[in-house]
Design a protein around this ligand. Structure first.
Ligand code: NAD
Length: 457
C-alpha cells in the first residue's frame, strides 16, 4: 500500500506516515460518493445547517490541537495558525447564515398564464484539490458551501497539509456528515490526477498556475465545471500623500505574514518618489523587527519555508535582481537548518526586467520600486499576467477609488492589504484563475441553475 510521509519543514523531522490512496481506492471513493449524494441532497436544509454548526463547535473545542498540527506540518507560526482557525469561524457563520437564502427558488415572472422561476440544484459530486498555505480557509471555502448546498465532496488536501485535511474530514464526520458524502483522498499530484479521471460534476482547485492549467487541460474534453484559484503577483502603490510610516508597517505585514506564502501577499510595491526614502527606511525597520524562528514559539512571526523547492525560486529571484542592478537592503539568503528557512528580504532599485517583479515569489521577499506619479504606478500594476489583488495607500478616497477602478484585479484595497472577507467574492483575473469562492455567489457556484417555465392549463 502506498504511504505519504509528512515532514516538519522547520525541523526536517518525520511528523507522520499515512496510508495513501491509489487509482483503485480513488475510484471506490468516487463511486461511494456518487451513491450517497442523492440522500444528502434530500436531507432538509435545516439538518445540513445543524451539521455544519456542530462542525464549528468541534473546531472551537479542538482549536489548540488543530493549530498545532498545522504548525508542525507547514511550519506556520503558531499564532498565525490560531489566527487562521479563528478566522475560519466567521466564514462558517457566513455560510450558515446565507445558504438558505442563496439557494431559495426565485419567482421571477407571473403573467399571461405563465409562471417563471429559477431553481438551484446541487452539482452532484464535487472534487476539491487544495493548497497547503491556508488549508483551513481554502479547504472550507469549498467544502462547507458544497455540503450545505447538497453536494458530496471528494477532498484531496495538499500533500503538505494532509494532517489538517484529515482533521477537517474527521470533524465533519463527527458532526454528522455521512462518511461517503465527505471523503478525503491522501497523496500527492498523482492522487489528484486519479481524481480528475473519475466522474465528477465540478472541480474546485486552489494551487499554482502551472497545476491549474494541467487540470484544465485534463478536464476540457469532458466539460466539467471548473474553478481555479491560482497565484498572484499582487501590487500596491503608495501615493505621495500617504502616511509613510503607517503604509510601511501595514505593507511589511502584508508582504511577510505567513512567511510571504499567501496567495494575496503583497508581492510588489511602488512608492512615489517624494516619500520613497522615508517609506523604505520604515519598511526595513518593520521587517527587521519580525522574529524569525521556532514556529511553536507564540512570539515567532516568520516561520519555515514549507516546500523545499521554493528556496531555489527565492535564490534565483534575488540573484537575477542583483545582477540587473537591484540593491539588497536586508536578507537575500537562506538561514541555517535543520529545516527550510529564508531570511526576510527587501530589494530596492528594482524594475520589471527582473523576475522578482514579474513572477510569484511565495516567500519573505519583496521588491520596492520608485515611481513618479499615478499613471506610471497604474501602468506598472497592470503590467502582469496575474490579477488577484491590488492596493493603493493614500489619504484621498476619491483618487483611490478612481485608481483602483483602473486596476485589473479581483480584489482591490484602499489603505489595507492581504485581506479576505467572506461577504465578498474571492476571484482572480487573468492567470490568477477562473470562478470564485466566498460571498453568496460563492455559495451558488456549487449549484446549477434550473429554469422553470410553468403554464397553467
Ligand atoms: P500546487 O499547484 O503545487 O498544488 C496544489 C494541489 O494540486 C495539491 O493538492 C497537489 O497535490 C495537487 N496536484 C499537483 N499536481 C496535480 C495534477 N497533475 N493533477 C491534479 N492535482 C495535482 O500548489 P501549492 O504549492 O499547494 O499552493 C501554492 C499555490 O497556490 C501558490 O501559487 C498560491 O498563490 C496558490 N494559492 C492561491 C489561492 C487563491 O485563493 N487564489 C489560495 C491559496 C494558494
Amino acid at each position: 500500500m502506498p504511504t505519504l510521509k509528512i515532514h516538519n519543514p522547520a525541523t526536517s523531522e518525520l511528523v507522520d506516515e499515512l496510508p495513501a490512496d491509489d487509482a483503485s481506492s480513488v475510484a471506490r471513493k468516487a463511486a461511494a460518493a456518487r451513491a450517497a449524494q442523492p440522500a444528502w441532497a434530500a436531507t432538509p436544509i435545516a439538518e445540513r445547517l445543524a451539521t455544519v454548526r456542530r462542525f464549528r463547535e468541534r473546531v472551537v473545542v479542538e482549536l489548540d490541537t488543530l493549530a498545532t498540527t498545522l504548525t508542525r506540518e507547514v511550519g506556520k507560526p503558531i499564532a498565525q495558525s490560531r489566527n487562521e482557525l479563528n478566522g475560519l469561524l466567521p466564514r462558517i457563520d457566513f455560510f450558515v447564515e446565507q445558504t438558505e437564502g442563496a439557494i431559495r427558488d426565485e419567482h421571477v415572472f407571473d403573467g399571461g398564464g405563465m409562471h417563471e422561476q429559477i431553481g438551484h440544484v446541487p452539482l452532484g459530486v464535487v472534487a476539491n484539490i487544495s493548497a497547503w498555505n491556508y488549508p483551513y480557509f481554502v479547504g472550507c471555502n469549498v467544502i462547507v458551501p458544497a455540503l450545505l448546498t447538497g453536494n458530496a465532496v471528494l477532498y484531496k488536501p495538499s500533500e503538505y497539509a494532509t494532517g489538517t485535511g484529515l482533521h477537517i474530514t474527521r470533524l465533519l464526520h463527527q458532526a454528522g456528515v455521512p462518511a461517503a458524502v465527505m471523503q478525503a483522498l491522501v497523496g500527492g499530484g498523482e492522487v489528484g490526477a486519479a481524481l480528475l479521471a473519475q466522474r465528477i460534476d465540478g472541480l474546485f482547485f486552489t494551487g499554482s498556475h502551472a497545476t491549474g492549467v494541467r487540470i484544465a487541460q485534463a478536464l476540457a474534453p469532458r466539460l466539467v465545471k471548473l474553478q481555479l484559484e491560482l497565484g498572484g503577483k499582487d501590487p500596491t502603490y503608495v501615493r505621495a500623500d500617504a502616511d509613510a510610516l503607517a503604509a510601511a508597517e501595514s505593507l511589511a505585514d502584508g508582504a511577510m505574514y505567513n512567511t510571504g506564502q499567501s496567495c494575496c501577499s503583497v508581492e510588489r510595491i511602488y512608492v512615489h518618489e517624494s516619500l520613497y526614502s522615508a517609506f523604505v527606511d520604515h519598511f526595513v525597520a518593520a521587517v527587521r523587527g519580525f522574529k524569525v524562528g521556532d514556529p511553536m514559539d507564540p512570539a515567532t512571526y516568520i516561520g519555515a519555508i514549507t516546500r523545499a523547492p521554493q528556496l531555489d525560486v527565492l535564490d534565483t529571484q534575488v540573484a537575477d535582481a542583483k545582477a540587473k542592478g537591484a540593491e539588497l537592503l536586508c536578507g537575500g539568503h537562506r538561514l541555517p537548518g535543520p529545516g527550510q528557512w529564508y531570511a526576510p528580504t527587501v530589494l530596492t532599485n528594482v524594475n520589471h526586467t527582473m523576475e522578482l517583479m514579474r513572477e510569484e515569489s511565495f516567500g519573505p521577499l519583496i521588491g520596492i520600486q520608485k515611481v513618479r506619479g499615478d499613471d506610471e504606478a497604474v501602468a506598472l500594476m497592470n503590467d502582469t499576467r496575474y490579477g488577484l489583488t491590488a492596493g493603493v495607500y493614500t489619504r484621498d478616497e476619491a483618487r483611490a477609488r478612481e485608481l483602483l477602478a483602473r486596476v485589473n484585479a479581483g480584489s482591490v484595497y484602499w489603505n489595507c492589504c492581504d485581506r479576505v472577507s467572506p461577504r465578498l467574492p474571492w476571484s482572480g483575473y487573468g492567470d490568477s484563475g477562473i470562478g470564485l469562492t466566498l460571498s453568496t455567489q460563492g455559495i451558488q457556484t456549487f449549484t446549477r441553475p434550473k429554469a422553470w417555465h410553468l403554464r397553467q392549463p
